[in-house]
Ligand binder design. Structure first.
Ligand SMILES: C[S@@+](CC[C@H](N)C(=O)[O-])C[C@H]1O[C@@H](n2cnc3c(N)ncnc32)[C@H](O)[C@@H]1O
Length: 246
């Protein structure tokens, strides 16, 4: 079967690999047969095509079986947080975005094994989806351990910046939540500084700004970081209802 590319765009890449080691037969089977049923595609002039890129029908009525809150996870890695949350909140609709096909395949295996029904997938750059979503359409967004890009010359690749936060502020509903975590000290300071410059986000007073949310599901990356002596820093924010500058 021909390899299907992740949906990417002309933006500076905020991610590393899109392909890792060759998929096992079961993973490839799920990518070929289950992913097409769950993935978000972009539609233009009635033509469905991975490469085209623009969509009015992103939240088409058939995207989820039921109308409910929609939560997005940007960069779900191998999907353990996404699946864990989807099981904790069966009445919420989840969209996971990830360009790394091996992560997507691992998520598909969990969805298939556990019979999880409330996850849809964007195999590609989350920024494409965020750009196309209507204002105030999303209830909660997670960005867990985004790539830290530690070298100064690579910092421009960081997913969190003023532009992405303004775009996220546009699509989150008033009183909706933004939850970010990082284990990287410098990126943590960068995230705090950028969040403080976005008027639409205020710290989530109920949780406290640097507190692990009760419903947190630990990720593979987080466990590895802890084993190497790096603890997570949490950023729990709420969108307030002033006009966005995005
Ligand atoms: C350090 S990993 C963390 C993965 C996972 N959140 C975890 O905690 O195990 C960062 C992930 O974000 C993904 N990523 C980076 N930029 C992205 C983007 N623009 N859209 C979607 N995913 C992205 C990468 O492919 C990578 O899998």
């Amino acid at each position: 079967m021909k390899k299907k590319p992740a949906i990417t765009n002309d933006l500076m890449r905020s991610f590393g690999r899109v392909n890792g080691r060759k998929l096992r037969d079961t993973q490839q089977y799920l990518v070929d047969n289950l992913l097409p049923k769950l993935e978000i595609r972009f539609q233009v002039s009635g033509i469905r095509n991975q490469e085209i890129g623009i969509d009015e029908a992103v939240l088409a009525p058939d995207l989820f079986a039921k109308k409910a809150e929609t939560w997005i996870e940007v960069g779900f890695g191998y999907g353990e947080h996404l699946v864990g949350m989807a099981q904790k909140y069966p009445d919420v609709n989840f969209i996971g975005c990830e360009p790394f096909i091996n992560g997507v395949a691992t998520l598909l295996k969990q969805i298939d094994d556990e019979k999880v029904e409330n996850i849809r997938i964007l195999h590609g750059d989350a920024r494409l989806l965020i750009d196309k979503l209507p204002e105030g359409s999303i209830d909660r967004i997670f960005i867990l351990f985004p790539d830290p890009w530690p070298k100064t010359k690579h910092q421009k690749k960081r997913f969190i910046n003023t532009e992405s936060l303004n775009n996220i502020a546009r699509i989150i509903k008033t009183n909706g939540r933004l939850d970010i975590a990082t284990d990287h000290v410098d990126y943590g300071n960068w995230i705090a500084q950028h969040l403080s410059s976005i008027e639409n986000f205020i710290p989530n007073k109920e949780l406290g700004i640097d507190t692990k949310p009760d419903d947190w599901v630990e990720t593979r990356y987080q466990l590895k970081a802890r084993a190497e002596g790096r603890e997570a820093r949490f950023f729990n924010y709420v969108k307030i209802g002033i006009k966005t500058s995005a």
